[in-house]
Design a protein. Structure first.
Length: 299
């Protein structure tokens, strides 16, 4: 469980905003597709989300994010290093997200992509499991810091002496993604199990906590009232959830979205009509402070 050093004062203006979350959870058939066909499926669903967002009647600010699970782009039909896409395919994936982000308020974070690259220094192949966050062509990324001994070392048959070739996230505070006035805390599966995000200096500023996973049975939620918590699993039998947190004693309660709509069998939208954004406002926006909302509750 997360333990903070101290409970910080509310330094940031509290802004009321609408927040829409689009979760894309494709069925098993998706994972049988080629890279090109997968990318087309993801693009089609992002376009559906963008169109839905355009029709959303709003007052004031709106935030929106499109999220998919871990290993969305990993070729599970193949074996060893062939499961990992090439750098060229990774760039095609990234450039598609950049193009799709140009005309929308949607933050795009469609799961993780697993890819490989030959090092210029030693000519050895290194492997990554990473997620992009793209907004208005701005690109942020996060690499998994705590790889699974089987699912992330499968390029070497799970041999531990090969773990050096898995490129882990290592940059301090890389768990915090800053886009469109939001502080988004991100963890990939076992990162959450290891409480990776608690090492970030700006953890108390988080507006949304995003966990993308494959078979993560238990979840560590941050003791931050008012943040949006999102967990997206690859397999339906493991819990996927979206909600706004409220701390009660030693428990965290999640408040559901006001509306939940299935846009397709694989794409669901969640709408929160009164989300409290506690970070810096957009330029020119003059909010009133809401002292009734605590930045951090640590019971």
């Amino acid at each position: 469980m997360f333990h903070s050093k101290s409970a910080p004062e509310c330094e940031f203006p509290i802004i009321s905003a609408h927040f829409k979350v689009y979760i894309y959870q494709p069925k098993n058939d998706f994972y049988q597709l080629s890279f090109a066909d997968r990318l087309k499926e993801v693009e089609d669903n992002i376009e559906l989300a963008k169109e839905n967002l355009k029709g959303f009647s709003k007052k004031g600010l709106i935030k929106a994010i499109f999220i998919a699970p871990e290993y969305l782009f990993k070729d599970l039909n193949k074996s060893g290093k062939e499961k990992y896409y090439s750098q060229e395919q990774k760039n095609q994936f990234k450039n598609t997200l950049i193009r799709l982000s140009q005309d929308s308020e949607l933050i795009l974070a469609p799961g993780t992509i697993c890819w490989q690259k030959t090092s210029k220094e030693n000519q050895k192949i290194y492997y990554r499991n990473m997620i992009y966050f793209v907004y208005k062509t701005q690109v942020m990324k996060y690499r998994k810091s705590n790889p699974h001994l089987v699912y992330d070392f499968d390029f070497s048959g799970g041999r531990l002496n090969q773990s050096v070739f898995f490129k882990k996230g290592s940059v301090a505070n890389s768990n915090i993604i800053k886009l469109n006035g939001l502080h988004i805390g991100v963890e990939i599966c076992l990162d959450n199990y290891k409480n990776q995000i608690t090492n970030a200096d700006e953890v108390s500023k988080i507006d949304a906590h995003v966990i993308v996973a494959d078979k993560l049975p238990e979840v560590n939620l941050l003791p931050l009232s008012g943040i949006l918590s999102i967990k997206v699993e690859r397999e339906p039998k493991y819990q996927t959830f979206v909600g706004i947190q409220e701390n009660k004693s030693f428990e965290v309660e999640l408040h559901d979205a006001e509306t939940i709509n299935s846009l397709t069998p694989d794409l669901t939208s969640y709408t929160f009509l009164d989300f409290k954004l506690k970070n810096e406002p957009l330029k020119g926006y003059q909010p009133q402070k809401d002292t009734s909302i605590n930045c951090l509750i640590n019971n």
